[in-house]
Structures are given as C-alpha cells and as structure tokens.
Write a protein that binds this ligand. Structure first.
Ligand code: HEM
Length: 399
C-alpha cells in the first residue's frame, strides 16, 4: 500500500484546505501539483542545516530571555511554572523572527501578536471540519478569524514592501529574506506574487509554531517523569558542549544523539500534528480494489504510533533507546512512524525544529531540574494540534 500512498495522485483534502485557509492561505502546505513542485523547490533550500545555522544566536537569545523570567520567578520563591505557556511564548517569538524577522520592525511585532490571537481564536472555536455549513455554528469566531487574518495580511504586505524598497542585505537570513532573494535572482516561473509571499510567511509561522513548541513541551513532561533521562541528557550536554557556562555551540548540535532519540520518542507518543491527510485526486487502484477519486484519508498518528502490533507490547512506554539503532524506532512497518508526514510532502521545516529543540533543551537542562507538579492533570486533547488541555505546570529547580 505504501508505494501507492506516496504517489502523486494523492493531494491535500479540499475540506482541510478550506478549514485552514485563514492560517495557510495558498501557502506550501496547501498547494497542489506543479505549483507545489515549483514552490517546494524554491523553499526547501532555506531549511538546509547550513543556512539555518545563522538563526542559532537568535534562538539562544529568545531562550535566555525566558530563562531570565524563570529565574526572577524562582528568586521570589515560586518554583511552579506553566511550562507549556512559557515555551509557547518563546517558540512563537523564535518562529516569527525566523519567518519574517521582528527585532527592529514594529510591524513585525504586531504581526506576531495578531498571529497568536488568530491561532487562539481558531483553536478555541468549536469547529466542524467538513460538516456542511459548519462555520455557521461558530459564526462569531469565524468572522473574528477572518478579520484578524485580513489585518495580518495588510501588515505583512507593508513589511514586504518595506523590505523590497530597501532591497538591502539585512534579513537575508530569515525565511522571507530567502524568498525575496529567490524572487530577485531565481527563475521567472518559480517567483512568488505578493499574495504568495504573505501566505508563505503565515505558513511558516503556523507550520512551525505550535508543532515545535509542543514537541518541547511534551518532552519536558516526559523528562520530568523520567529523571534518569534528564540526567543522561545533562551528561551528554556536558560532554558535547563542555563544562563551561553551558553556552550552545550550534556546530555541535548534531552530536546530541540521545537528545534526538528523546525528541523522536516524544513525537511518537505525542505527535504535535496528530493526523496527516490525503485526498485521492483520481481513481487509484490498490491491489484488488479502487479508491474512488475524492476519497479523504486521515491517518491517525496517535493510534498508529501506539499500536502494539507495530511497536510491540511496550508501545505506550517512554523508551528513547528504541531510536538508538533504528531511525524508525524499531517499528515493524516502514510507514508506521510519521510524525513529520511522508513522501514528497514530508515537513519541509523539520531541520529548523530539530535545531530549535536542541538549543532550547540544552539551555534548560543545563540550568534546571524538572519535576511534575501535583497540579498537573494529564489530558492531551486535539485542538488543531495535540496539546495538554490544562497546561503543563512543572516544578523547576535551579541546578
Ligand atoms: C516538531 C515540529 C514539527 C512537526 C511535528 C511537523 C509536522 C508536519 C507534518 C505532519 C506535516 C504534513 C506532512 C505530510 O502531509 O505528509 C508538515 C508539513 C509542513 N510543515 Fe511541519 N512540522 C514541524 C515543524 C515545522 C516547522 C518549524 C516549519 C516551518 C518553519 C514547518 C513547516 C511545514 C510546511 C511548510 C509543511 C508543508 C510541506 C509540503 O506540503 O510540502 N513545520 N509538518
């Protein structure tokens, strides 16, 4: 079946495209056919690990700002921190800076605030994906999302115009900078219109914001529950980064092998994007049966990643070592582990999230010990992404 699933005849469901329009517009997540091929070809090089290295300092800076807030709170005797909220704030800042920059741009900061507002409106509203007239059940939220979406578009257009007028070298290291450079130098057919640039900025933000943030959040819960793994990662950080002040050397991130196993295991147990969608764009023959054109397939990653038939009887246990010898975690089906999707449409931003994950975790684990707070209520729920419904209060102790 896998080889058919990866085939070109499968696209993104129309219903999904419609439901997420205010987030992604016609950005890469939603484009199809030749348009998708052209845009993927232009966008993918921006996520090359060598190109991403330039973003390392910015990620360290935003994480250290969060650490300062935590230290301030801890100095006042309050050790319980809502880690989900904090990581969300920091990851949002990082992805906004990585997507369209905002250090010295007031409009960038407003866009960041508005995108977060839009995300809240969308995930809080009760949504009926694919139910005819479903939007009318939440008419107020739908209109609110539309209004914020239009405000964001206007601000992004002004940021882009500003950059085009300056046509300077600044910001080339962010993702918008990459697209503008490609528009100047690349082939005519791969160029982005203003609408396209705006939609890609939003796509980077929404594609990378909650996903990366939740991979860190769920990892911190799992590490708080498994102190032995906290210690193993701390030892690894010491070995790789040296015993000094635990600053991050972005050139050494690849050597954090155990940290990568932990990330793999966290997104297996708690996949931030809990499902992957496809729609048959034509009748597709699979062995003896035909999948009719228009059929939607939603792959439930949570069920698949915890299926004992694929993973064994310890499928529900946290065991990062399953990734030691096998990038597929020992799963007995090559399509059984899909936290970043599959085939040509596999997540284009995954290198950015690996880098951010390792930087944030290195800085946090080398400064703090984490324990689960007695106030924590375990209740993961799908609200667009897979989130802890009641946040993640952890007891944070300086080392
Ligand atoms: C832990 C972090 C992340 C997870 C779990 C994740 C997960 C996913 C998944 C499941 C897909 C769908 C793939 C498919 O349909 O086969 C996807 C696509 C995508 N992701 Fe990510 N993602 C993450 C981080 C990021 C980041 C940091 C960015 C950008 C800054 C990003 C941008 C995108 C884009 C643009 C697509 C569409 C790719 C295409 O259709 O060609 N993601 N991601």
């Amino acid at each position: 079946m896998s080889r058919y699933v990866a085939a070109k005849a499968w696209g993104k469901p129309n219903v999904f495209r419609k439901d997420r329009y205010s987030m992604f517009g016609e950005g890469l997540v939603m484009t199809e056919s030749d348009q998708w091929v052209l845009h993927r070809h232009v966008i993918a090089p921006a996520f090359n690990p060598l190109k991403l290295k330039g973003m390392g300092n910015m990620m360290v800076e935003s994480t250290k700002k969060m650490i300062e807030r935590w230290n301030y709170q801890i100095n006042y005797g309050n050790h319980e921190i809502d880690v989900e909220r904090e990581i969300m704030e920091t990851a949002g800042e990082i992805i906004a800076k990585a997507s369209f920059g905002m250090e010295d741009d007031e409009n960038g900061k407003i866009v960041f605030r508005k995108l977060k507002e839009l995300q809240m409106v969308l995930f809080k509203s009760h949504r009926f994906v694919g139910v005819p007239f479903g939007n009318f059940f939440a008419i107020k939220k739908t209109l609110e999302a539309k209004k914020i979406g239009q405000e964001v578009d206007k601000l992004l257009i002004s940021i882009i115009n500003d950059r085009m007028m300056k046509s300077g070298k600044s910001h080339q290291e962010d993702l918008l900078g990459h697209l503008l450079q490609e528009n100047n130098n690349g082939e005519e057919k791969g160029k982005f219109s203003m609408r396209g640039l705006v939609d890609e900025c939003k796509t980077f933000f929404f594609g990378g914001y909650e996903t990366t943030s939740l991979s860190i959040t769920w990892s911190l819960l799992l590490l708080a529950m498994h102190e032995d793994w906290q210690n193993q990662l701390r030892d690894e950080i010491k070995q790789v980064m040296g015993n000094g002040d635990f600053d991050v050397d972005v050139n050494m991130l690849n050597s954090l092998k155990k940290m990568k196993w932990v990330m793999n295991e966290a997104v297996r147990l708690y996949p931030p994007s809990p499902n992957v969608q496809r729609q048959a764009k034509e009748d597709i023959r699979v062995d003896n049966f035909t999948v009719p054109k228009g059929t939607n397939i939603w792959i439930d990653l949570i069920a698949m990643h915890r299926d004992a038939a694929l993973w064994g009887t310890d499928a529900n246990e946290f065991k990062p070592e399953r990734f030691k010898e096998d990038a597929n975690g020992g799963c007995n089906h090559q399509m059984g582990y899909l936290p970043f999707g599959f085939g040509g449409r596999m997540c284009v931003g995954r290198n950015l999230s690996f880098m951010e994950y390792k930087i944030v975790l290195t800085l946090l684990l080398s400064r703090f010990r984490f324990k689960v707070s007695s106030c924590y209520q375990h209740s993961p729920a799908i609200m667009l992404s897979l989130r802890p419904t009641h946040g993640l209060p952890l007891i944070v102790q300086p080392l």
